[in-house]
Design a protein around this ligand. Structure first.
Ligand SMILES: C[S@@+](CC[C@H](N)C(=O)[O-])C[C@H]1O[C@@H](n2cnc3c(N)ncnc32)[C@H](O)[C@@H]1O
Length: 404
């Protein structure tokens, strides 16, 4: 799929257990790993750690720290991941800087959509700096640090902390200061206290659609939780970008919030999770509202959850017309305040269901809606748009063949 030059072997030779190998030191700096697409310049020699051999004696894959201070116009990134994941990211062009799509350029020209300010009872938070339209992308953020969970699980605590401290230290000053200024958890060690309440999990890498990685996005990390949020985030592996988009129109000065847990989680479970995993009692507007409001929202969640599960069951059992009827109902009943503004995604799956059910006309109707939706959405990653185009073209071809 892509080629990574083997002439520069620095990437592939682990330095041993957190030791600098003479091999690395002999590498020219900055490290340039030539790929089929574009070079990535590492600003420091990679620092690798080889996990202990596994019981079945398979050779363990080293995890290395790679830092680039040039990434995204000086934002910088420190990646602590396997060499396989790193090569994969280089191969799919994740480190390349490409011009922003037109929709994003237009947004940028409107000026910043948000500012980070103190918010009562929550520390800092993000509020809108101008009127934000429904479905608008409010924030584009890049990982300051991206860490493979295999590294977190397999490295010894002091090795882990040493590498992570170094990962932060190797960031450009502006980003490093943002990271160091994030709110801290109660963890004993500084890196753990920074990562604890601020990191997100994202899927990165090959093998079955990606592996869980922990990403520290210094701006996104300022967004507080709400049980009835007005925004949602979405990560693009290809563009190594976190996009935050509005579920509904947001007034100037209104707080921008996201749900830290799946939206259909019942209230008691939500409270318990937020307390145990995040260490806070939620003070969002829904948690402070009347029992009647809370019950209304809970019944909405119950219905959403059961409808989604039934749609999944019907789809996997190939009862497509049932799945279609329920998906149509789900679309009617899902409101913009509560669901992700990702209508194109739902239109996409409806197009697929109609297609499987042999109803080409409705399949085309939804495929076009999905395509138009992705155009309007204006994500930095046009993968969804490309896929929607492929489906529209395929359906076009089928109906053309039928006409002949
Ligand atoms: C990802 S940070 C959000 C930004 C953080 N408020 C700050 O000052 O940087 C998560 C932390 O914010 C606070 N927080 C987020 N949402 C909250 C809420 N709904 N109610 C109370 N505290 C909240 C908690 O302390 C939580 O551990």
């Amino acid at each position: 799929k892509y080629s990574t030059s083997r002439s520069n072997q620095c990437l592939y030779f682990p330095a041993g257990r957190l030791e600098w190998s003479s091999h690395f030191n002999s590498c020219p700096l900055p490290e340039v790993i030539a790929t089929g697409k574009a070079p990535v310049a590492w600003s420091f020699p990679p620092n690798c750690i080889t996990p202990p051999p596994t019981e079945n004696k398979t050779s363990p894959k080293p995890d290395c720290l790679f830092s680039s201070t040039a990434f995204r116009n000086g934002h910088g990134i420190s990646l602590v991941a396997s060499t396989i994941t790193t090569s994969h990211l280089i191969g799919i062009g994740s480190f390349n800087d490409e011009p922003l799509p037109l929709a994003a350029q237009r947004r940028e020209s409107l000026g910043p959509a948000y500012k980070i300010v103190p918010v009562e009872g929550k520390g800092m938070g993000v509020v809108s700096a101008r009127h934000i339209k429904r479905g608008e992308i409010i924030m584009m953020d890049y990982p300051a640090v991206l860490i493979g969970t295999s590294f977190l699980a397999n490295s010894k605590p002091h090795h882990r902390r040493r590498i992570l401290k170094k990962a932060i230290k190797q960031l450009p000053e502006g980003t490093r200061k943002k990271v160091e200024g994030l709110s801290r958890g109660k963890e004993e060690y500084e890196v753990d206290a920074i990562l604890g309440p601020n990191a997100n999990t994202v899927l990165v890498g090959e093998e079955g659609g990606g592996q869980v990685h922990v990403g520290l996005f210094a701006e996104t990390a300022r967004i507080n939780h709400a049980c009835r949020p007005n925004a949602h985030s979405r990560f693009s592996e290809r563009r190594l970008t976190m996009e935050v988009m509005a579920h509904r129109a947001i007034k100037v000065g209104e707080e921008i919030t996201m749900s830290y847990i799946p939206i259909t989680t019942p209230i008691e479970e939500r409270k318990k999770y937020l307390k145990e995993h995040w260490g806070f009692e939620c003070t969002c507007s829904l948690c402070r509202s009347s029992p009647q409001d809370i019950e209304e929202s809970e019944s909405w969640r119950r219905r959403q959850k059961s409808l989604k599960a039934t749609i999944q069951d019907a789809t996997s059992g190939e009862f497509y017309s049932d799945a279609i009827a329920m998906s149509e109902e789900w679309l009617q009943f899902a409101d913009w305040d509560m669901v992700h503004p990702l209508w194109p995604e739902y239109h996409d799956s409806l197009a697929d269901l109609y297609f499987r059910n042999g109803d080409m006309m409705n399949a085309m109707r939804y495929a076009r809606m999905a395509y138009d939706g992705w155009v309007k959405f204006g994500s930095i990653d046009d993968e969804k748009l490309e896929n929607a185009k492929v489906l529209v073209d395929k359906l076009d071809k089928i109906s053309e063949e039928k006409r002949r």
